[in-house]
Each structure stands twice: as structure tokens, then as C-alpha cells.
Design a protein around this ligand. Structure first.
Ligand code: ADP
Ligand code: MN
Length: 562
């Protein structure tokens, strides 16, 4: 049989039951349907995107988008005015007031916001597209007499807007305006600008989410880079798994390398203070009143700088405790917000907290005595109050109690030192009492024992007296201008006492831990002297980070973090 389309196949067709054909067809149909559905979904999604991107099509989405853009723009302008007000208000005063709380934009965007949107830049139209725009003086006026032009002149304005259009981010498709004497009305330009801003923010938000989610296992790219560098320059041999991830820090296990010829502890704990948390702001109380640390850094409200204070504080406190023989981690290196200390534990297995260490009654009694001894030394030798002493920050290792987590420990001169001490006493007594240790002192008794005071009463009454004592003591300190500069450690923080520094420096040379800390502070001082602000160095990191991110993504993976 022939057909106009050619020969019908003569070869026998594979026998196939009707059912098979049916099911095959069914399968095919189903498949087809499925594909169509998914295509529809895809189409719908891209359509949505188109809608959102164009911001023009349907009324509802248009209004919503515009409202959002306007709000964002409004917030931004509000914040900028606030910033100017703040500057005006503070002037050159050493003590400045922050208007932070009145800002409208989410603080998470603040840093980027400041980096990104410079109102002058928007105004002065730092454009690559050279249009013959007249120069305006600070009142927005150009020329003299009859030829006066203001920056609101429609023609100029339109051209300027069009030129500014070229400065919108490259991913923003504004069309090709180059070479055309293009003019945009303020309305159109503003709308575009706002849309671009909104889009920018949206993509940043996605980006930020990424950073925040790594912040859950808490390594942001900046920290990753710092760690990578430490492995690269041999300070650390390798960085291993995370030991702990708390509210304020993450701790990783690491194998130590060497720095400047000095070997680090073979096993190290790397404590990274979290850089994305606001809680740190609330901890101002622990720094306020500690004359070693400037409250200014808190005022500046730069989270990155604030975070570094905790590393510095913990380093200084650990060093001082070590000096007086308290079992605690030995500081190895402090690098920005990363503190490397000796590891309490063995073969990557950290020592248990007292809370988790299942101790025998004898060991517990021994531990209790040790803790009392530690508190006594801290008070009467180190002149420090731990301020967060509990079974969570005491480790049990090699038959000894080890004290950790002293970033918030304060000097005895702190206006609330005794209040904090009483709280520590309460925690310690409660734990050992519950654990079944006999003859545990009452917190009041322990407090008097350690301080050598004889405060009477108990409970709330006692606490009130402790607070009164704190107040009187602070007032006395103030009145007599007593400072605690006699502590050898403090010279690190008092640049004005250079001679003292030199004396003590010789003393501490033999101590590598002191040396590292001193070194890192010295580096910082040099940095400041050279006039390179930390922000600049942060920017450097940013740049490096970008290059690094592009080229060496795999190498970071090698760190096997998390
Ligand atoms: P946080 O402020 O987050 O509580 P910590 O200094 O208490 O920070 O550290 C958190 C946890 O990490 C500790 O409870 C402890 O289990 C572990 N850790 C911290 N430092 C060390 C160390 N030097 N050696 C071993 N484990 C440590
Ligand atoms: Mn802790």
C-alpha cells in the first residue's frame, strides 16, 4: 500500500497488548500534563518578577511597590537628616550623644547604608557621563545677574537626572541613554531611583540572609577570611569542628601552629565573638566603669569595634588570672574578634562543664574548695569579679577546676563589682548545694568571706546593703580620684603612661602570652598612628574578601568549618 508520504513499514511491529499501549499513552499524557503545569508555574513566576521589576503593570502591585519605595526613601531621608542633626549636636565634643534609637532603617542595614548612600554623591552627580552641567555654589545657584541658573531649572535638572540614571547599579536596566541629550523629569527619575534602591535592598536582603544563616553556625565571610589567613600564615595548623555555639560566641577546636617563632599550644580553642548580635550593646554596663576600656567605642556604635572590646577584655582578664595561678585558658593570639587560647581538654574532646561533669561526692567537695580558692584569688590578687561565674563557665579537667568565659569580668573598681560578686556567690552556692556537697556556705557568708566585709542580714536585705556599699565606694573613688593604674595590665590601655609601659614591657617580654597581646595592641596603636582608620582596614578586608570569594572558594572549604 502506498501513501503520498511514503511507504508504510513492512517490518513487523513488535506485538504489544492494548493495555500496554494504553498505559504508555497514559504515562505520556500525564508527563505532558505535568510539564505543562510546571511551565505554567514558571511562567507565572517570571510574570510576577516582570511585574515587580517593571513596577508598572497592574495597579495593585504598582501601588504596593510604590508605597514601599516611598517608605524606604522616606526612612532613608529621615535617617540622613538625623545624622546631620547628630553631627551638629555633638560638634567636636569628646562626649557624644547617639541618635541611634531614632533611626528608622533596620540597624542591620545601617553599615551598608552608610557606606553606600552618600547624599553629596547623589547630589553632586559624580557622573561618568559628562554632560555640560553648570557648577552650582552651595546655595544651588550658578552664574550672576540675569544669567543665574538654579539647580531646579527644569532643563538642567532633566539632563542631570538622565545622567544620574547612568549611575544606577549596572544590573539595573535603564536603557542606553549615552550620546542622547536625554532629559528625565524629577518624578520619573525619582521613581526609577527609588525602584533601584528598593531592588538593591531586596537583593541585599537575600545576601544578608545568607550571611545570617552562616552566622547561625556563626562564621561570616569576614571571619572565615581571617581564620583562613591564620591557617595560611601558620598561626593555626587547622581549624576543626565547633565546640560550642552560644548567644555571644562560637568556639572552635583548632590545632596550633606558630607565630613569630613561638609555638602555640598544640590544641587550641578559637573563640569568635559574634558580630551580628545586638546583645552586645546591652552589655555596655560591663564596660562602663571599667577604666581600661573606653565607653567611646560603645558610643560610636560600630558593632565591629564593640565586638573587639570583648576579645581585648577577655585577653586582659585571662592574662591577669594566669599570672596569679588561676587555672584558665592561656591566651595565644588575639586577632580582631577572634581569640585563640589553649584548649582545656584533650584530643579534640573538650573538658566538661561542672554542670555536666558527673563527679563523685569527693571530687565535688574538692571542686567546691577549689572554686572558693579561685574566687578568693580573683578578688584579692587579680582584683577582678568574674560576673558570670556558674557551673556553666567552670570546666573540670585533670582533677582541677578551670575558669573560662571572662570577657565580662570587671575590675573591683567597677561601680557594680560587689553586686556582681554577690550574684556569683549565689550561683556557686546554689550549684554545690544542689549537687549535694555538705557544709556549703550561704552566699552571704561566702561573700563576706571573700571580701573580708561584714555585711549583715540575708537575701534581699543583704543584696540591698551590697548595692549601697557599691554606691558609697564608687562615690568615694570619684571623690578621691583614686584610680587603679597600679595594675601592670592597665598600661596596655593607657597610652598616656608611656614610661610605665616601657618599664613593664621589659618585665613581660619573657611571657609569650603577654607578648602576643601586647603586640596586637601595639599593632593597633601603630595603625591608628599611621592614620589608617580601622574602617579603612575593614574596607580592605571587604575588597580582599571579594577577590578571595571569587578565587578561593574551595580553599575556604578546606578549613572545614562547621
Ligand atoms: P560563651 O560566652 O558563649 O558562654 P564561653 O567562653 O563560655 O563562651 O565558651 C563556650 C563553651 O565553649 C564553653 O562552655 C566550653 O564548653 C567551650 N570552651 C570555651 N573555651 C574553651 C577552652 N579554652 N577549652 C575548651 N573548651 C572551651
Ligand atoms: Mn560561657
Amino acid at each position: 500500500m502506498s501513501t503520498p508520504w511514503g511507504k508504510v513499514q513492512t517490518a513487523p511491529v513488535m506485538p504489544c497488548s492494548l493495555q500496554d499501549v494504553m498505559s504508555e499513552q497514559l504515562a505520556h499524557d500525564l508527563h505532558q500534563k505535568e510539564e505543562e503545569e510546571s511551565l505554567k508555574v514558571k511562567e507565572a513566576r517570571t510574570f510576577q518578577e516582570v511585574l515587580a521589576a517593571a513596577g508598572e503593570n497592574t495597579e495593585a502591585s504598582d501601588d504596593w511597590l510604590l508605597a514601599q519605595m516611598l517608605q524606604q526613601e522616606f526612612d532613608r531621608e529621615h535617617d540622613q537628616t538625623l545624622k546631620i542633626e547628630e553631627k551638629k549636636f555633638n560638634g567636636n565634643n569628646k562626649v557624644s550623644v547617639s541618635f541611634e534609637n531614632y533611626r528608622a532603617l533596620h540597624p542591620a542595614y545601617k553599615d551598608e547604608e552608610e557606606d553606600e548612600i552618600d547624599p553629596d554623591e547623589i547630589e553632586s552627580g559624580k557622573s561618568r557621563w559628562d554632560s555640560p552641567n553648570p557648577k552650582f555654589n552651595k546655595y544651588g545657584v550658578s552664574g550672576k545677574g540675569k544669567n543665574i541658573t538654579t539647580k531646579h531649572d527644569a532643563e538642567i535638572c532633566g539632563r542631570k537626572n538622565a545622567s544620574k540614571l547612568m549611575d544606577l547599579p549596572p544590573e539595573f536596566r535603564s536603557g542606553d541613554g549615552e550620546g542622547i541629550d536625554m532629559k528625565l523629569s524629577n518624578k520619573v527619575y525619582n521613581k526609577l531611583k527609588m525602584h533601584s534602591l528598593a531592588e538593591n535592598k531586596r537583593s541585599q536582603r537575600v545576601h544578608e540572609k545568607k550571611e545570617f544563616s552562616t552566622a547561625e553556625h556563626v562564621i561570616d565571610p569576614r571571619t572565615k577570611l581571617l581564620l583562613y589567613k591564620m591557617v595560611n600564615n601558620g598561626t593555626l595548623e587547622s581549624v576543626g569542628g565547633s565546640i560550642s555555639s552560644g548567644k555571644e560566641s562560637v568556639v572552635y577546636h583548632a590545632y596550633g601552629g606558630s607565630k613569630e617563632g613561638v609555638l602555640l599550644s598544640s590544641e587550641c580553642a578559637v573563640k569568635i565573638y559574634k558580630t551580628t548580635l545586638n546583645e552586645f550593646k546591652n552589655r555596655g554596663a560591663y564596660v562602663d566603669g571599667d577604666h581600661r576600656f573606653s565607653r567611646d567605642d560603645f558610643k560610636k556604635n560600630n558593632p565591629r569595634k564593640v565586638i573587639r572590646i570583648w576579645g581585648e577584655k577577655e585577653t586582659a582578664n585571662l592574662n591577669r588570672m594566669k599570672k596569679f595561678g588561676i587555672p584558665c585558658p592561656a591566651v595565644q593570639v588575639l586577632n580582631k574578634h577572634i581569640l585563640v587560647m589553649s584548649f582545656i581538654g584533650k584530643d579534640q574532646c573538650p573538658a566538661p562543664k561542672l554542670k555536666d561533669a558527673k563527679l563523685s561526692v569527693e571530687d565535688l567537695e574538692d571542686a567546691y574548695d577549689q572554686v572558693i580558692g579561685i574566687m578568693d584569688t580573683m578578688q584579692n590578687k587579680c582584683a577582678l569579679v568574674h560576673s558570670d561565674l556558674s557551673e556553666y563557665n567552670l570546666l573540670w579537667y585533670g582533677g582541677k577546676v578551670w575558669v573560662i568565659d571572662v570577657s565580662q569580668a570587671v575590675e573591683l573598681t567597677h561601680p557594680k563589682a560587689m553586686e556582681f560578686l554577690f550574684r556569683d556567690c549565689k550561683n556557686v552556692c546554689k550549684f554545690f548545694m544542689k549537687a549535694g556537697v555538705h557544709d556549703v556556705k550561704e552566699p552571704e557568708e561566702l561573700f563576706n568571706h571573700i571580701t573580708g566585709l561584714n555585711i549583715k542580714g540575708e537575701g534581699a536585705e543583704f543584696a540591698a546593703q551590697v548595692q549601697r556599699y557599691d554606691k558609697e565606694r564608687s562615690a568615694e573613688l570619684l571623690a578621691h580620684q583614686i584610680s587603679t593604674k597600679e595594675y601592670a595590665f592597665d598600661y596596655y590601655f593607657e597610652k598616656s603612661h608611656q614610661d610605665r609601659l616601657e618599664e613593664a614591657e621589659l618585665e613581660d617580654r619573657n611571657d609569650p602570652f603577654e607578648y602576643f597581646h601586647e603586640k596586637s595592641l601595639q599593632d593597633k596603636a601603630d595603625e591608628e598612628e599611621a592614620g589608617s582608620s580601622e574602617d579603612e582596614s575593614d574596607e580592605d578586608v571587604e575588597e580582599e574578601l571579594e577577590e578571595f570569594g571569587n578565587a578561593d572558594e574551595e580553599k575556604i572549604e578546606k578549613l572545614k568549618l562547621g
